[in-house]
Write a protein that binds this ligand. Structure first.
Ligand SMILES: NC(=O)c1ccc[n+]([C@@H]2O[C@H](COP(=O)([O-])OP(=O)(O)OC[C@H]3O[C@@H](n4cnc5c(N)ncnc54)[C@H](OP(=O)(O)O)[C@@H]3O)[C@@H](O)[C@H]2O)c1
Length: 285
């Protein structure tokens, strides 16, 4: 059975390809990104399904520039909201299972306990709204789909907060990072293994929304400091309030995801964020 990965040159797509290839029994994936398959183009998606007949589809493609989305609304909605519906329709038509990725930014961040899958969504910016609409489009078109919400994703690949901190930590003596936004960092390599686990279960895996993030809670300051320390950089990380670092999109103050639903179903545990961060930094070094 063919397994299609969209957005395969992004962080999660790259991690998925790497993990799938290094399993004792490697899992072959049809890796596509914008050049091979533009998921916003219904004709191209239809043609691809007709030719390759994927049995499972992992949608790693997304518009992920959170702040830029405020001024590029059309692109954000086309890629994050419209396209997942197009993939969902194709999956429904051809009997494929869709695994779609979403985000903690569908919540408003006002909670005082980890967000559960069925908590009401209330996204605060264009990116979050477009991802929330994408979830709805997927479930409307293909109700058997699996949606995985994740948070604070980083990896060895592409652009992400951890790599940015390591780069700045080499250039500067001091970094100022917000310490009043709480969340759970997620190493894309761990999420990729969880997705491979779900793929292996096939139709036995229950449909619906699931949360995946590494275990434990920190702030952006805590994550930056741990990354700088793990890399052995002589840079001080100063905590600052969000008010000293304004961004075009309001970030949730608290976006911890309750992962217990998925934790129970996965064959492997979910690593603590500190362990996975150290692993990623060793890989980068
Ligand atoms: N990054 C995070 O912190 C974070 C946090 C929570 C949830 N998530 C979610 O996790 C998933 C994976 O995120 P990621 O960080 O791996 O994203 P990413 O690194 O930005 O990768 C997304 C990939 O999709 C491609 N793409 C864009 N438009 C496309 C189209 N029309 N057709 C096909 N491919 C297209 C991008 O190409 P270009 O680079 O050329 O645009 C890129 O290669 C996304 O659903 C994201 O919303 C991410």
């Amino acid at each position: 059975m063919n397994i299609l990965v969209t957005g395969a040159r992004g962080q999660l797509g790259m991690s998925l390809a790497e993990r799938a290839a290094s399993l004792p029994k490697p899992v072959p994936l049809l890796l596509t990104d914008l050049e091979e398959l533009d998921i916003t183009d219904p004709l191209a998606v239809g043609q691809f399904f007709l030719e390759h007949r994927p049995g499972q589809v992992i949608n790693c493609a997304a518009y992920t520039a959170v702040d830029r989305a405020e001024t590029e609304q059309e692109s954000a909605f086309r890629i994050n909201a419209l396209a997942p519906g197009i993939l969902g329709q194709a999956c429904q038509k051809y009997g494929a299972r869709l695994i779609h990725l979403s985000t903690d930014y569908v919540f408003n961040g006002d909670s005082d306990r980890p967000y559960r899958e069925d908590d009401p969504t209330d996204p605060q910016g264009v990116y979050g709204i477009s991802k929330r609409d994408g979830e709805r489009a997927v479930l409307d078109a293909a109700p058997e789909s699996v949606i995985i919400r994740t948070s604070w994703l980083y990896s060895e690949y592409g652009h992400n907060f951890v790599k940015t901190m390591l780069k700045l930590g080499q250039e500067k003596d001091e970094l100022r990072v917000v310490n009043d936004q709480f969340g759970s960092p997620t190493y894309a390599g761990d999420l990729a293994l969880a997705i491979l686990n779900i793929l292996a279960e096939g139709a036995r895996f229950p449909r619906g929304i699931f949360h995946y993030a590494n275990q434990g809670v920190t702030t952006w300051h805590g994550l930056a400091e741990a990354a700088i320390q793990a890399a052995g950089l002589p840079c001080r990380v100063i905590p600052i309030p969000t008010s000293e670092f304004p961004t075009p999109t309001r970030r949730p103050a608290y976006s911890v995801l309750d992962t217990s639903r998925l934790h129970l179903l996965l064959r492997q545990g979910i690593p603590a964020w500190q362990d996975s961060l150290r692993h990623c930094i060793r890989q980068l070094q």
